[in-house]
Design a protein around this ligand. Sequence first.
Ligand code: FAD
Length: 403
Amino acid sequence: MERYDVIVVGLGPAGATAARLLQRGGLRVIAFDRERFPRYKPCGGCLSKKIDALIDFDISGVVEHTISGAVFTSRFERELTILSERPIGYMVQRERFDTLLVEMAKAEGVEVRDGEGVVEVVEGDGHVRAVTEKGTYEGRYLIGADGPFSIVARTFFPDLKGLTGVAMEGEAKVSGEILGKLEGVAWIDFGYVPYGYGWVFPKDGAISVGVAGLKQEVEDIKECFKGFIRGKGLESLTFSKLRGWVIPAFNDTSSRLARGRVALVGDAGNLVDPFLGEGIYYAMKSATIVANEVLHGWDSIDPGRVEGALRSELFSEFEAASKVADLVYNYPDLWYSVLEQNTSLMEDYYRVLRGEKDYHFFLEDIRRRIKGSFILWLKVASSILIKKVKRFLRAGTRGPSRR
Ligand SMILES: Cc1cc2nc3c(=O)[nH]c(=O)nc-3n(C[C@H](O)[C@H](O)[C@H](O)COP(=O)(O)OP(=O)(O)OC[C@H]3O[C@@H](n4cnc5c(N)ncnc54)[C@H](O)[C@@H]3O)c2cc1C
C-alpha cells in the first residue's frame, strides 16, 4: 500500500489549494478527484476582489472580465446602477480557473490523481485510508474537499448541518450589444427568486445566467430559471451547460469540521457565505487555514486547534452574513427601498467584497441606516408584522411553517 503524509479528496478550489500548500510546506501529498480536469462545475464564476490577498500567483490569464459594480433590479424593475471607483470582483470560467489551481498543485509536486474517485474513507490507529476504484492509499492526515455531497463529511461528520440552497446556472454566447451593457458590471435581481437572487455575469463572448435560493422556499428551480430569463429578456438565447446544483450555505456555528486525523474544507464543510452564496474564496480560505494549522502542528496535530482556527476566522463572519441574508431575502422590497435611498450602502458592501471591511460592519451599517430614518423604520416594522401574519395564516392552512 502506498503511504503519504496527507490525502486530499476533491480537487476543486478547496482541495487544490490545501494540497498545494501542504506539499509546499514539505509534506508528501496525494490528491484525488473523480473527474478529469478540465472539468465543468455549475458556478457563476465570480471571485470577489478579496481573493487577491489570498493568492500569491497570477490569475490574470483566466480572468475574463473585471467588474466595478452592478446594475440592480427589484423583480426586473426599478433599475439602479451602483458603480465603484475601483474593481470589486473578477469573472472566471470554472473549467479554466480550477484547472489552473490543479496545475499549480502539480507544479508544487502534489501527486494528482484525477479521474479516480474515492469510494471509502477509514480512520485507523495512527493513520487514515482512502479507497478508490484503483487502490488503497494510507496517510497520516485526511482532508475532505469533495464538495456538498462529501463522502468524507458523511463518514466522519454525519451530524453536519447546512442551509441548502438550490441553484441553476447556464451559459450563453451573446452579441457585443449585450456584452456592451454588461461592461464592468454584473446584473443582480432581488425579489424574484425566493430567499435568493438572480444574476447575469459577463464572460468572454458569453454570459453566465443563474438563480439561487433557499431550497425550502424555491418550489421548482427550473421554472424559476425560465421565469428569470424571461424577466431579463434573455429567453431567445441558447443556454449550454444548463445544470442545477446545490449551494451548502453555512448556518450552524456549532459545526464540527475537524476531528482526529480528518478535517473538512470548502463546500464539504458547508463553508459558503449565506448572503452572497460565495464559495470559491471561502473554499480557498478554509483550505489555507487548515493547511497552515496542519503544517504548524505536524508532529502532533490538535484537531481542536484546526477547528478553532476555522471557527475564529470564518464562523463569526458567516453568522453576520446570515443576519444580512435574513434581512435582505425575507424582506426584499423593503431592502430595495433601503438601497434606493442609501446607494452608498452598496459602496460599503463593495468594501466587504474587497476585503477592506467585514460582514459585521455591513450589518451594523444597514441597521444604522434603518434606525436613522423614521419612514424606513416604520416600513421595517410593518413588513415584519405582515410577514408574521402571513406565516401564521399559512401555518393554519398547511401545517407548521418550515422556517
Ligand atoms: C449555480 C452555482 C453558482 C455559484 N456561483 C458562485 C460564484 O459566482 N462565486 C463563488 O464564489 N461561488 C459560487 N458558487 C459556489 C461555488 O461553486 C462553491 O462554493 C465552490 O465550488 C466550492 O469549492 P470546493 O473546492 O469546496 O468544491 P467543488 O468545487 O465542488 O469541488 C469538489 C471536487 O470534489 C470532487 N469529488 C466529489 N466527490 C469525490 C469523491 N468521492 N472522490 C474524489 N473526488 C470527489 C468533485 O469532482 C469536485 O471536483 C456557486 C455554486 C453554484 C451551485
